[in-house]
Design a binder for this molecule. Structure first.
Ligand SMILES: NC(=O)c1ccc[n+]([C@@H]2O[C@H](COP(=O)([O-])OP(=O)(O)OC[C@H]3O[C@@H](n4cnc5c(N)ncnc54)[C@H](OP(=O)(O)O)[C@@H]3O)[C@@H](O)[C@H]2O)c1
Length: 344
């Protein structure tokens, strides 16, 4: 058994990591930290874990060496102390945005501040196995993914790789996302009277996850908008792009099928009838699966590519555990077999 520690385990992604790792056949969680809940049982904050674990939160200062260390801290925290964390474990996975971008200049441009540990940026592998599986096999440091970025990248990846898109025309991605994206700490926008019932486009332009999409797809431009919707979990990316002239639905199908066949968590959703014809994050709550689909208007060449995920899973903790499995040479799907629920 590999010994894992989770720093920031009182938060939403930390709790989700803990849920996944408690069922992992080759990993044992030995330490969980929270500064505000020292000494409390983990189920005091994650009631779904009652009778699953008798772990109690310890302080970050009390951490002892382990085999793999997960950091589930707010943006900016991991980069302050990365030397210390890396000394505690040979393998580190950081879920924040601190180590997602390779280029310090790009980091400064999108995050408005100089990176505090720029030398570490090139040591981290971006945390989507669908993009970096081979690098992960020899990596020691893996970054998490932005949930909006993960949904956008996974919506676009089969099209980007197919070479069938006309990239001289704009690619516009519209992401709708649930409230757990913002984490467990309350803020004015998460106050129930303000958050409940919203369809609020909080980032029409300029969202930071744009930088991850550009970096990972190797593109010069993508137009991203993010809208909060009234669900707790889930993100749906709808990417609008144009194919080269004459591209048929059949060619796109071929690209999707080849990709999904090689990926354990990618499922194509393209039913002809019924009510489940397109990806819907609702059925993915708690699951690491990504449901993808597309529709092509052959007369105009517009393709609408959809990807649905659970933001706390494939958009955070699920991808992190999948990446850990690859990095440690374990079965890639270990601990991640949950299919989601229907009805829910
Ligand atoms: N939520 C998502 O859907 C999602 C998706 C992808 C990536 N992420 C990233 O994952 C990281 C964790 O997100 P989350 O949603 O789990 O956040 P969260 O629910 O707010 O949890 C963060 C945890 O970090 C601890 N913490 C340590 N230093 C802190 C500080 N200075 N201020 C506030 N909290 C501090 C807190 O516990 P104590 O203070 O008790 O130690 C808290 O429980 C973030 O960097 C986020 O960007 C989140």
């Amino acid at each position: 058994m590999r010994r894992a520690a989770i720093v920031g385990a009182s938060g939403y992604t930390g709790g989700e990591l803990l849920r996944l790792l408690l069922s992992h056949p080759q990993v044992e969680v030995t330490q969980v930290t929270s500064e505000h809940h020292l000494g409390e049982y983990v189920h005091s904050l994650h009631p779904n874990l009652r009778k699953r674990s008798l772990l109690r939160f310890i302080s970050r200062q009390a951490l002892e060496p382990c085999d793999v260390l997960f950091l589930a801290l707010p943006h900016g925290e991991a980069q302050k102390h990365i030397d210390h964390y890396a000394a505690l474990a040979p393998y580190v996975i950081d879920l924040s945005a601190d180590f997602r971008l390779r280029d310090p200049g790009r980091y400064q441009r999108w995050y408005g501040a100089e990176h505090l540990a720029p030398a570490w940026l090139s040591r981290f592998v971006y945390g989507l196995p669908e993009l970096h599986r081979e690098e992960m096999r020899t990596a020691r440091y893996i970054s998490g993914v932005g949930c909006n970025a993960a949904a956008s990248i996974l919506a676009l990846l089969p099209l980007a790789r197919s070479g069938l898109l006309d990239l001289s025309r704009p690619v516009i991605v519209d992401v709708k996302v649930g409230s757990s994206e913002a984490g467990a700490s309350p803020n004015p926008g998460s106050h129930h009277p303000e958050r409940s019932g919203v369809i609020r486009t909080y980032a029409p332009t300029g969202h930071r996850h744009t930088a991850e999409i550009l970096q990972e797809l190797g593109w010069e431009q993508v137009h991203l908008s993010i809208t909060s919707v009234d669900v707790v979990r889930g993100a749906l990316a709808a990417a609008h792009a144009f194919t080269q002239s004459g591209v048929t639905e059949k060619e796109l199908w071929r690209a999707y099928r080849a990709w999904a066949a090689a990926e354990p968590f990618i499922r194509i959703v393209k039913e002809r009838g019924g009510i489940h014809r397109v990806p819907d994050p609702k059925v993915l709550a708690g699951s690491n699966y990504v449901d993808v689909g597309f529709e092509l208007d052959e007369t105009t060449g517009r393709v609408v590519a959809l990807a649905a995920i659970d933001n706390l899973m494939k958009g955070a903790a699920g991808s992190a555990v999948q990446a850990m499995n690859v990095m440690l040479g374990l079965e890639e799907t270990a601990g991640l077999e949950f299919s989601g629920l229907h009805p829910i």
